[in-house]
Ligand binder design. Sequence first.
Ligand SMILES: [Zn+2]
Length: 448
Amino acid sequence: MTHPHTRTYWLEHAWLDTHVEPGVAVEAADGRITAVRTDVPAPPPGAEILRGLTLPGLANAHSHAFHRALRGTVQVGSGTFWTWREVMYSVADKLTPETYHALARAVYAEMALAGVTSVGEFHYVHHAPGGARYADPNAMGEALIAAAADAGIRITLLDTAYLSSGFGQPPTAHQLRFSDGTAEAWAERCSVLKERDHARIGAAIHSVRAVPADQLETVARWAEERRAPLHVHLSEQTAENDACREAHGCTPTQLLALHGVLGPRTTGVHNTHLTAEDVSLIGGSGTGTCMCPTTERDLADGIGPAVALQNEGSPLCLGSDSHAVIDLLEEARAMELDERLRTRTRGHWTAAALLRAASADGHAALGWQEAGAIEAGGLADLTTVALDSVRTAGPLPRLGAETAVFAASAADVRHTVVGGRHVVRDGAHTLVPDVPQALAQAVDALRG
Ligand SMILES: [Zn+2]
């Protein structure tokens, strides 16, 4: 017996975590999968047809939406992470709740077109330039939550504590709008944010540079009390490690461990320059690792020890971070290809493991444990990759996962379904009519 609000999808090929299954019918009601039937060789009457390989929806676990405005312009000249940061601050200076909403709506629409169904927004541009509070002190966070709704994707707003320019130093002029003054004030502001159907609230510590050691526990406790995800930029740069050793006589990972920040609901972002003991602390505590390889290579950060972290018990998730490109398949493939270059051997990450990082483990890191698998009871979030494009035609369908990870790109995403709603159909966004134009206008508004 079929419920009147039940929708049926017929998946030409489905990725069921370990293998490609041909001919799968998925029934969904009220945004959730209610049944998965295999051995369905033809579409049932009235079914939505998803031709290609359908994956569980992809999770982009680390985003700073406004960095999208830097695309291209930061590829001229030379420099380091730190010189790039100066350019990034000049864009941050120009954001208002209105311009940020417009930009994030377009960026999240670009993500939907790339098959992303959930984004983790690591959000620290809280206040007006100079630090004045908006009438609603959460106006910027609310703009991001609204932007995700307008683009049809889920968001975990990882509201970020950012209080210091580094180890006892007050915020710089650029950073004043990031700071709540104290972790207590940060917690008070965040506590007002409300979760919605498409939005969850998590916490973030910008880095051990930006939150004084004696205030780390306040942020960790806030997340603990709410069972909320807690993210932290960790050892992206050796300069951070050096300054931390100077100030505290230990590594950033050791400092986080000492102050109760590590644990299974915590995700370290980048985890690039770690000692063997750091790897054990992160893995042994069940802390997750979010790698952002397209950004890490763009910023000349280095290659983190993701394989060793995984072996020690740290689950991997992926993020497009600075949005040099937005393509979770490219992030996934970079994990394996970077290891190949470093080790001159192949076979560190399987396509299956990388798809798990791009979906189930990414969702878990963002507090959406019920997403990331095509199974009854899960959220009806699906991403379909074409297997008949110029990039993907040829391989046997049973190699669909390997084809998607190692040959496809965001341009091959044909359908994105979020909570049973078709947000991208046949490569076109159904809610934002002209995504390139929306991006161009939103970026232009921040120029000059
Ligand atoms: Zn980041």
